[in-house]
Design a protein. Structure first.
Lengths: 296, 280
């Protein structure tokens, strides 16, 4: 009898403790093989000169020093990417909030409008970029319209002073619908009573917006900016399809440059670029944690 | 007797609101419309002035070219295989792991979960090259395995499913255990059905992410036979820069499946997308 109970207990405890490990086994193995080990490997490579074809040669911090002090194209890619983030973040979320505020009025066909803004968000960036390459063509729709209005044609993707802005515009068009949808959902979750109470106190539209809407949206605003900044710093698809990093490196982004080094068998160098990008993203993730913990 | 000024101001405000809404929605739709229209034109009418808003003559030749001369159907099949398999993997593995982290007790559970959350911050570009080397050493380049296996599960998916599983009351699970259900049975019969809304969100995120993914499939495939739609489209665009109408036919074929899925599951899409943002 006792023996039976003991075996039963033993089986139960095996089940209790080993089964969960079985349940998480595949994700854990996958995580170790495809994330943790590769992370360490590429950290190691970043201190090496490594082509992937011959043995790695340890060079200490050389890759980082070269990237941060000597490599003008990498410097350019840092600048380009930061500008891309700044342009995108100064327009995208604002556009998202404005459209969300409009849709939050009692409008007809709200879901139809929402669909229109959201459609590009779920379309692949390659598709969106391909469409915009056509629109930006020297004889494309934009230039035809400009010409008919009596303006000069614009070298949207061929003028090095304009190309980055053009890529950013297409990206904003593609992405702001996400912010619209997130802000709209957040706006609809603000309790009506707050506005009613404010109206009783004689607060006008602007005062309500400043003292109720904005504070209530604060966590969502932080979320949208941080997700946006982190995502934009990794910009690649648009650059690959629309400009291949040109003209004269004016649109080369960090990840596009990394991709180029990788294709040229500079694996150690590319790994160092990846770690610099990682460091940038860690800073923003840290800021998000700081901001979200702070009380409004 | 004129209109009351307040009514007038209100009506004018509404008019302005709709004007802005309609014109901005128009700006969102025109690029899509323009690419469809272009795909139905003869190449010589692509860049005319004045712009040809309605294709004349209307031709299907570009689609026929893209479907017969370029293996777009093959790209489509590849995209379906990769996206569906990856999504199934996520549904099974992420859900089971999410359930374990939410509802089962085991040593070091919270420590493991914390490490996973930290790993969520690592951009995939950091692992890209080593994972590529793993694929190469396994001779998986240009196979479905390279496109699928490294992406069968994700920390984000596990995290998402854990959040949904947390909301299931423990009493329900315990009741099933008392009834003699084994642990996997509890998961399959009780937890899984209750987490269905969460799973819908997971499916949407994963399917869309995989369908639209570009950098990884671009790196691990260099044979047309294995291209997914975005990779195939980008190749078409680079190789064939002169023929815009054909490129647009390819673009429409690449975008269409996702747009159809979206239009049918719009509510789930939007709820899924906002769930992450508002749950904070």
């Amino acid at each position: 009898m006792t023996a039976v109970t003991l075996t039963y207990r033993f089986k139960r405890s095996i089940q209790r403790y080993s089964l969960p490990y079985l349940f998480i086994a595949v994700p854990m193995i996958s995580l170790i093989v495809f994330l943790f080990i590769p992370m360490l490997v590429s950290l190691w490579w970043s201190f090496n000169e490594y082509t992937g074809l011959t043995a790695a040669k340890f060079v200490g911090l050389d890759n980082y020093i070269k990237l941060l002090t000597d490599d003008k194209i990498f410097g350019r890619s840092l600048l380009n990417t930061t500008l891309f983030v700044l342009i995108g973040m100064s327009i995208g979320p604002t556009l998202g909030l404005l459209t969300a505020l409009m849709l939050n009025q009692n409008v007809r066909f709200r879901s139809l409008f929402r669909t229109a803004y959201y459609l590009p968000v779920m379309t692949s960036l390659v598709v969106v970029s391909t469409i915009w390459v056509m629109l930006y063509n020297q004889n494309g729709l934009f230039n035809t319209i400009l010409e008919n209005l009596g303006f000069q044609k614009v070298g949207w993707l061929s003028n090095p002073h304009i190309a980055l802005i053009s890529v950013a515009i297409a990206s904003i068009w593609q992405g702001f619908g996400f912010e619209t949808v997130v802000f709209l959902a957040a706006l609809q979750s603000i309790p009506r009573e707050l506005y009613e109470a404010a109206m009783m106190d004689g607060a006008g539209g602007w005062a309500q917006f400043r003292h109720i809407t904005i504070p209530s949206l604060r966590p969502v605003i932080i979320f949208v900016y941080i997700i946006g900044i982190i995502g934009s710093y990794q910009v690649f698809d648009q650059v690959f399809v629309m400009t291949s990093g040109g003209p004269v490196y004016s649109t080369t982004s960090i990840v596009y440059y990394l991709f180029g080094r990788f294709m040229n068998h500079k694996l150690g160098y590319a790994s160092a670029i990846a770690y610099i990008l990682f460091a940038i993203l860690v800073i923003f993730s840290y800021l998000q944690m700081r901001f979200s913990r702070e009380k409004a | 007797m004129g209109i009351h000024p307040k009514t007038f101001r209100h009506a004018f405000g509404r008019f302005l609101l709709y004007l802005v809404l309609i014109s901005s929605a128009f700006l969102m739709i025109v690029p899509f419309y323009w690419s469809v229209a272009t795909s139905l034109k003869l190449e010589q009418f692509v860049f005319t002035n004045p712009p040809q808003w309605i294709p004349n003559p209307l031709t299907w030749a570009n689609y026929i070219h893209v479907l017969t001369r370029i293996p777009f159907l093959r790209y489509f099949t590849n995209s379906v295989i990769v996206a569906v398999t990856t999504t199934l993997g996520h549904v099974f593995f992420d859900t089971l792991a999410g359930y374990s982290f939410a509802k089962l007790k085991f040593p070091y559970r919270d420590q493991i979960f914390f490490i996973m959350l930290l790993a969520l911050m690592v951009p995939f570009q950091v692992n890209l090259i080593p994972v590529y080397k793993i694929m190469a050493s396994l001779h998986w380049i240009n196979t479905y395995l390279a496109l699928i296996v490294p992406n069968l599960t994700s920390i984000f998916g596990i995290f998402l499913m854990r959040q949904f599983m947390m909301t299931i009351p423990n009493e329900l699970l315990d009741a099933a255990r008392i009834d003699g259900c084994n642990e996997f049975g509890v998961f399959r019969k009780i937890a899984l059905p209750l987490a269905l809304p969460g799973i819908a969100t997971l499916i949407i995120f994963t399917f869309m992410g995989t369908w639209n993914d570009f950098l990884w499939p671009r790196i691990v495939t260099n044979s047309e036979k294995l291209f997914t739609l975005p990779v195939g489209l980008s190749q078409l665009q680079m190789k064939n820069t002169s023929n815009v109408a054909q490129i647009m036919a390819g673009t429409v074929l690449t975008a269409l499946p996702m747009i159809i899925v979206f239009l049918f599951m719009q509510r789930q899409f939007i709820e899924g997308m906002t769930a992450g943002a508002l749950k904070e």
